[in-house]
Design a protein around this ligand. Structure first.
Ligand code: MG
Length: 358
């Protein structure tokens, strides 16, 4: 099988309301959809959801990089995904969202060629995953209100609370949220690199009393050593790394430094499913669990992320809720998975099972 064309198309998503995290306020995003056509008449779809503060990419750079990759990829076999990555890595370093779009389109093609959904192609048996829902930073009172809405109205059993601007504010918000949702709801926190080592140590000290499961990326992405210190002093709160983990080498280094109990793998950071699987394997061999997270993807890239989540026994948690932040019905992209409260069920159609008019 040979790749005969690669097309790109930008898609703009307006969020229902702004999403505030420690270092950014998001109101809308622009993603890039990719269609790869083969000489056997099978087409595959992929998506890049670039987020400049994390991977240095925008929709414009993704489009440029995919143009740059085309001469290397045209004529290549999309079923040989390892070779496809080698070809891309020879042309350009990094640019993982652009590579993710190509990677997922190739997996979509592989699934269609094998007449299997991608999660089965990756070795998955169960097509359901339990997802969390995210609460952005606003006032502690509003955050507690939202927690009640998500848990009582939407049936969510795990919430992820954004934090990392002010430790006192964060603990106040977490106290109100815990009081509002009761003891049965699992809560994890994402500081998005916002703390110093001292403020993180102080904040984490107060988390066991609030039954916080895990805290994600307390410190800057490069500071693996301080995350190791945090982990030694976390009193049972799992230390998770997100922005620190892009490549297999990042994963290896963090494991060797005993810097994390969990990794947050995102396809946009890893360059797609192929490297995501490898990161999960490294984590598993060091007894580090993985969560599959997201940027602000449509259900196209989310289906790829959920397929990876459904395939890995070491992948214990899923944070793929970005389609809830905008009007999912207006993207024109359908299929992939269905939603019942916080349980997502992957379609059993071949490939990613995504339908849309490209
Ligand atoms: Mg995160």
């Amino acid at each position: 099988m040979k790749i005969i064309s690669i097309e790109t198309k930008k898609i703009k998503l307006e969020l229902y309301k702004e999403l505030k995290i420690a270092y950014a306020v998001l109101k809308n995003v622009e993603n890039v959809l990719v269609k790869i056509t083969t000489d056997e008449g099978i087409a595959g779809y992929g998506e890049a959801a670039p987020f400049a503060p994390v991977t240095g990419e925008t929709a414009d750079t993704v489009t440029t990089v995919i143009e740059l990759l085309k001469p290397a990829l045209l004529g290549g076999n999309p079923l040989e995904i390892g070779a496809i990555h080698s070809l891309m890595d020879r042309v350009v370093f990094g640019n993982t969202s652009a590579k993710c779009a190509i990677d997922t389109a190739c997996y979509d093609i592989s699934g269609k060629a094998a007449q299997k959904p991608v999660y089965q192609l990756l070795g998955g048996i169960d097509n359901t995953v339990q997802n969390d829902m995210t609460i952005g930073i606003s006032t502690p009172e509003k955050m507690a209100e939202e927690a009640v809405f998500l848990t009582k109205e939407k049936g969510c059993r795990i919430i992820k609370v954004k934090a990392g601007i002010n430790p006192d504010f964060d603990i106040k918000a977490l106290r109100l949220i815990r009081k509002a949702v009761g003891g049965a709801i699992r809560i994890r926190v994402d500081a998005n690199q916002g703390y110093t080592l001292n403020s993180a140590l102080e904040t984490i000290k107060k988390m066991p009393a609030l039954h916080i499961d895990a805290v994600e990326q307390c410190l800057p992405y490069w500071d693996i050593e301080s995350h190791s210190i945090l982990r030694e002093n976390s009193n049972g709160v799992a230390i998770m790394l997100d922005e620190s983990i892009h490549t297999i080498h990042d994963a290896e280094r963090a494991c060797k430094a005993h810097a994390a109990d969990m990794f947050n793998i995102k396809l946009m950071k890893s360059g797609g499913i192929y490297q995501g699987l490898k990161i999960n394997k490294i984590a598993e061999s060091h007894n580090v669990k993985c969560m599959i997270g997201c940027m602000l993807e449509t259900r196209l890239a989310l289906t790829a992320a959920l397929s990876l989540a459904a395939a890995g026994s070491n992948i214990t948690d899923v944070d793929c809720d970005s389609f809830l932040f905008y009007d999912d019905d207006k993207t024109g992209i359908t299929g992939g998975f269905t939603v019942s409260a916080d349980t997502f069920t992957l379609a059993d159609n071949p490939g990613l099972g995504i339908d849309f008019e490209f």
